[in-house]
Design a protein around this ligand. Structure first.
Ligand code: K2U
Ligand code: ZN
Length: 183
């Protein structure tokens, strides 16, 4: 298993906004990628992660709501499809490709999803609450859709402005550390 680098917006926006390819066969290479995705998600203290976020253009995502201290409820979704959606809910979301940015997104309240697991078997999840939100957030990633695009225009404008400030501060901090380490 390996922790991989997580791609960031905007420098990696081309990869992050590209629609992913279906997985043809669940083989050892795919299982290794699934394990790396899970390890990278836990290391980043996220509750979900999609393959394009580590630079792999395949329809694979992992979700674990139990958090990095438990790691006992890992959902592996290969070639996931949303079969049904119901209701509507607005919830604050974040994204590991937009570090430090949070914003409200409207999603379906309940979803029914079909996917293939790590053993290559097809299965279904019906969910609501945070799992339903995470499933929609992650499957959006596989379609090259980022959570900013799911916000209302006003919230998207505010989020873009906030994210520019976050990234400017990150850049200043990196430059200061580099100066301090060279003295
Ligand atoms: O795909 C990702 O960037 C991982 C997200 C997944 C996620 C975002 C929003 C809601 C559910 C899942 C990260 O786990 S961000 C962590 C997080 C989770 C909930 C709310 C805010 C931030
Ligand atoms: Zn995300």
């Amino acid at each position: 298993m390996a922790v991989r680098d997580i791609l960031l917006f905007p420098e990696d926006s081309d990869t992050l906004t590209t629609e992913c390819e279906p997985v043809e066969e669940v083989n050892d290479e795919i299982r290794q990628l699934v394990d790396d995705l899970a390890e990278t998600m836990y290391d980043a203290e996220g509750i979900g992660l999609a393959a394009p976020q580590v630079g792999v253009n395949k329809r694979i995502t992992v979700i674990d709501l139990s958090g990095p201290d438990h790691q006992d409820a890992l959902h592996v979704l290969i070639n996931p499809e949303i079969l049904e959606v119901e209701g509507s809910v607005v919830r604050e979301e974040g994204c590991l490709s937009f570090p430090g940015l949070y914003g409200e997104v409207e999603r379906a309240e309940r979803v029914r999803v079909e996917a293939t697991n790590r053993e290559g078997e097809r299965y279904e999840i019906e969910s609501e609450g945070l799992l339903a939100v995470a499933l929609q957030h992650e499957i959006d990633h596989l379609d090259g859709v980022l959570f900013l695009e799911q916000m209302t225009p006003t919230k998207r404008r505010m989020a873009r402005r906030e994210y520019r400030k976050i990234r400017s501060k990150m850049t200043r901090q990196k430059k200061r550390k580099k100066r301090e380490s060279s003295t």
